[in-house]
Design a protein around this ligand. Structure first.
Ligand code: GLN
Length: 485
């Protein structure tokens, strides 16, 4: 049995039956990480000793018959989730040496369910980027083609999962950072509704948008992982007090007959690669064959989603990043006086993309421009949310491409921020509206995987997972296989 290729659910079941042990499974993942990470750069911290300790504890529980939901399964954790006693940098130089004294709620939930931490995954600095090229620790390479990006900002999680280094990994999605890298890596990635997962202990980028989610190699695993990590948390005032459904248990309880699939006409734009469009069309056709109906819907404010996102996210980032001053966290460059220490620490500690966002955010929040940019952007955000609410009176789910093209080459867009931002055309709208979305593999273009995005009503995670599962069953893309090197 090739242990590293087991899915999360499959591994959890075999562990419960005691056909495999967590220590052997964890060691298999560690071997994979140790042999592949130098090339892919998916992990920035590898927690080998901690992983083996956690695995031993899981094996003890399994032996005693006290196994929890995902007991003994190796997971990667994006480097912006605070992990007690384990370096957490959000891949920024300014968080050099920061070892959190506490655990994020999402990671704590996963450990409470029996997960095993194999390491912290690479990401764009403070989750700002679409290609993982803004990481202080260098870019992630796409396991399908190492000359290409694996997307961002959760690029390390996507590569780690696609390359069989772990059974699942957390991501965070502010404007697309779970869905876009999942599409580029040929895996499943779900961003739940804003408020479904706690933001406590997640290094903040844009607080009204940031949301944690799960990235795995198939839909059932994603459902199981999301179930383990989500839930109400009194430590996050935007966390929603709603019961968690057993997402992985009800995947087959959906009749496709009569399902109304909305296709937003504004999403089928000229920048969309025709081969990517053909993949979305083929996915829709699979559903109509089973009795689903297609409804053309309109999201008229779509063209403002990217500009609105790139006003609101930097504005929030500016204030969230004010806390990094060389006094409390990580890097400090001693200056001649306090102000000089701030200046030197921040100048050295932040990368150029983060500085760009701080400058944009300070500009749009400054007294002369606040109403012209920030207030206006907030108003348009409300219109974007209303577009979705209106569309969902006519359809049950919305299908779109996840990205306009398959994974692009490393270096191709990094010097052109507008080109980079346009990667997010299909993902930022749902983020601004706080809606859940899932990207699932749906085909290949030029040897690279392509994903479709399925969007749903607020808190329709279960429904989205059912639709995504139905799609997986109709295709051969459940386990797109990266040729193991
Ligand atoms: N690519 C977007 C950005 O650069 C989204 C990032 C994210 O979702 N964290 O801000």
């Amino acid at each position: 049995m090739d242990l590293i290729k087991l899915g999360l659910k499959e591994a959890a079941d075999l562990l419960k039956k005691r056909e495999i042990s967590s220590v052997e499974l964890t060691k298999a993942c560690m071997d994979r990480i140790n042999s592949r990470n130098e090339r892919l750069n998916a992990f920035v911290t590898i927690t080998e000793d901690k992983a083996l300790e956690m695995a031993q504890r899981s094996d003890k529980r399994l032996k005693e018959g006290n196994a929890r939901l995902i007991e003994g399964v190796p997971l990667g954790m994006k480097d912006l989730f605070c992990t007690e006693g384990v370096l957490t940098t959000a891949c920024s130089h300014i968080l050099d040496g920061f070892v959190p004294p506490y655990e994020s709620t999402v990671s704590a939930n996963l450990w409470k369910a029996g997960g095993v931490l194999v390491g912290k995954t690479n990401m764009d600095e403070f989750a700002m980027g679409s290609s993982n090229e803004t990481s202080y620790y260098g870019p992630v390479r796409n396991p399908w083609d190492e000359s290409r990006t694996c997307g961002g900002s959760s690029g390390g999680s996507a590569a780690a999962v696609a390359d069989y280094m772990c059974m699942g990994a957390t991501g965070s999605d502010t404007g697309g950072s779970i869905r876009q890298p999942s599409a580029f890596a040929g895996i499943v990635g779900m961003k739940p509704t804003y408020g479904r997962c706690s933001r406590y202990g997640m290094v903040a980028f844009a607080s009204s948008l940031d949301q944690a989610g799960a990235m795995c190699r198939n839909v059932e695993d994603t459902a199981l992982m999301l179930r383990a990590m989500s839930g109400f948390d009194p430590m996050d005032s935007t966390s929603v007090d709603m019961p968690i459904e057993n997402y992985d248990q009800n995947l087959d309880k959906l009749t496709l007959k009569g399902l109304r699939i909305g296709l937003p006409k504004e999403y089928f734009i000229k920048e969309l690669d025709p081969e990517v469009k053909a993949i979305v069309d083929a996915a829709v056709a699979r559903f109509t064959k089973e009795g689903a109906e297609v409804v053309e819907v309109s999201l008229p404010h779509t063209k403002y989603a990217v500009p609105v996102y790139y006003i609101i996210a930097p504005a929030e980032a500016t204030s969230n990043l004010a806390r990094y001053d060389g006094m409390r966290f990580g890097l400090r460059i001693e200056g001649e006086n306090l102000a000089d220490t701030y200046r030197k620490s921040r100048s050295k500690g932040f990368g150029w993309e983060v500085k760009r966002r701080i400058m944009i955010g300070n500009y749009t929040l400054s007294s002369g421009y606040y109403d012209a940019y920030y207030t206006k952007a907030q108003r348009v955000r409300a219109l974007i949310a209303k577009d979705f609410a209106d569309a969902f009176t006519q359809c049950d789910v919305i299908f779109t491409p996840t990205t306009p093209t398959p994974a692009f080459k490393l270096g191709e867009k990094i010097s052109d921020p507008i080109q980079m931002f346009l990667n997010d055309v299909f993902t930022t709208g749902a983020s601004l509206a706080g809606l859940p979305g899932i990207s699932v593999p749906a085909g290949m273009v030029g040897g690279m995987p392509v994903g479709i995005q399925i969007l749903g009503k607020p808190f329709a995670e279960q429904h989205l997972l059912q639709v995504a599962w139905a799609h997986e069953k109709m295709t051969a893309f459940a386990a797109l296989d990266v040729k193991a090197a």
